[in-house]
Design a protein around this ligand. Structure first.
Ligand code: NAI
Length: 245
């Protein structure tokens, strides 16, 4: 039986980059979007309600869950997008950085799925989309912690797709190539030779350019929606062909 109420979505890491584009795309439909992040976006995102959430914090997740339950009684879409990149050669990676990257990128996804499943099962078409990375599939210098966290997301996605299938929850992941976001701008700025790094990044994408956040949002929107009703456990590369080069 279709719900008469509008759908509800929760997007993490929503203040910037890919998350912001997902919020805008879902918000343009008849979906109530909770945009969760550590800090509010510089400018409000039309159609979205901001929520403070540190994805590493189980109490924060529980607070968000209580709010959504009180206001809507269920959740239809969860997009686990929050993530950080900390680059360093393996032998120069302090344990604190390793733990920080794993905490945000992987434990944050675990906590999000764990906390939101009781609200997702109340939807008539629940979907989780986890944002991994091409680094889950391809090696990259200086990305040991980041790649490990993103590989973990891919494995977690497959495990949960099976475990939650009986409750009707679809679980998929996207693996973006390099996307023009503040995270990538910072990476270029921190490089010894930003122009050389940018040229290298362009060259590894067969399409010869970087992705826009909106292209990632389109793929995530597809995986969240009814058109993907028979898609679960999929790891979708949205990478301009980088995975096959
Ligand atoms: P971004 O840096 O523009 O945005 C990330 C957002 O996550 C920020 O708003 C930040 O405040 C938030 N965030 C960080 N730690 C958080 C925490 N503990 N709790 C809640 N929110 C937190 O990054 P971008 O590029 O939009 O990345 C989004 C996702 O896409 C990340 O998971 C990233 O690893 C992934 N990705 C990005 C790629 C790229 O080239 N930009 C490539 C592949 C994957």
């Amino acid at each position: 039986m279709p719900h008469s109420q509008p759908k509800t979505a929760l997007v993490t890491g929503a203040a910037s980059g890919i998350g912001r584009a997902v919020v805008s795309r879902l918000g343009a439909k008849d979906i109530h979007v909770y945009a969760a992040d550590l800090e509010a976006p510089d400018e409000p995102i039309p159609g979205a309600e901001f929520l403070h959430l540190d994805v590493r914090s189980e109490p924060d997740w529980q607070m968000v869950s209580r709010k959504i339950e009180g206001e809507h009684g269920r959740l239809d879409i969860l997009v686990n997008n929050a993530g950080i990149l900390r680059e360093a050669p393996l032998v120069e990676t302090p344990i604190e950085i390793w733990n920080q990257v794993l905490d945000v990128n992987l434990t944050g996804v675990f906590l999000g799925c764990k906390t939101m499943v009781p609200l997702l099962v109340l939807s008539d078409g629940p979907a989780i989309v986890n944002v991994a990375s091409i680094d889950a599939l391809r090696g990259s210098h200086g990305h040991a912690a980041y790649a490990a966290s993103k590989g973990g997301i891919v494995s977690l996605t497959r495990a949960l797709a099976v475990e939650l299938s009986g409750q009707g929850i679809r679980v998929n992941a996207v693996c973006p190539g390099t996307v023009e976001t503040p995270m990538v701008q910072e990476m270029f700025q921190a490089a010894e030779d930003p122009a050389a790094l940018e040229a290298q990044r362009l060259s590894v994408h067969p399409l010869g350019r970087l992705s826009t956040p909106e292209e990632q949002a389109a793929a995530i929107d597809f995986l969240c929606g009814a058109d993907a009703s028979f898609v679960t456990g999929t790891v979708l590369s949205v990478d301009g062909g980088r995975a096959i080069r």
